[in-house]
Write a protein of this length. Structure first.
Length: 152
């Protein structure tokens, strides 16, 4: 097994663990405030654990809610709450391999259709079955090679 395929397979196994969490909405107040309130912890208590002012903790909660917080700040808040920050990326269709397959197929269709159009102009048009087979073959090659142009 080649190195790139091994990397993809290893990432895929991790991504699958995150996939179910995609459907879970974040608390409307953000995680820091939701957990702090659920634990019955005051702003001052969390501020003391973080070594900052109440206003600074309030700003953290606001920035998280707005999506403008850094991972470092979230990690520190999690640590102060005796929690651990966990994050990851999940492809929209849920699978890294599926994502690569879609991109490779799209590129293969462009390549094959260009060639097919040229042949059509020269009165050497291919059958739809032959075009379909060419797209499948080209998709496999692109998936194996993973050329940088795949992401253009």
């Amino acid at each position: 097994m080649d190195k790139k395929k091994l990397q993809i397979d290893q990432l895929e196994s991790r991504i699958k663990l995150f996939s179910p969490t995609r459907q879970l909405p974040n608390p409307p107040t953000g995680w820091v405030k939701a957990i702090r309130l659920a634990l019955g912890m005051s702003l001052q208590q969390l501020a003391t654990k973080l070594g900052m002012t109440k206003q600074s903790v309030q700003e953290i909660e606001i920035r998280e809610k707005e999506g403008a917080i850094t991972l470092k700040s979230l990690r520190e808040a999690a640590r102060a709450l005796d929690m651990e920050l966990v994050y990851g990326f999940v492809p929209k269709d849920g699978s890294l391999d599926g994502y690569i397959e879609n991109k490779a197929r799209s590129l293969a269709e462009k390549i094959v259709s260009r060639t097919s159009n040229t042949m059509k102009l020269e009165n050497q048009e291919n059958s739809s079955e032959r075009i379909k087979k060419a797209i499948e073959e080209r998709t496999k090659i692109i998936k194996q090679e993973l050329p940088k142009t795949l992401w253009d």
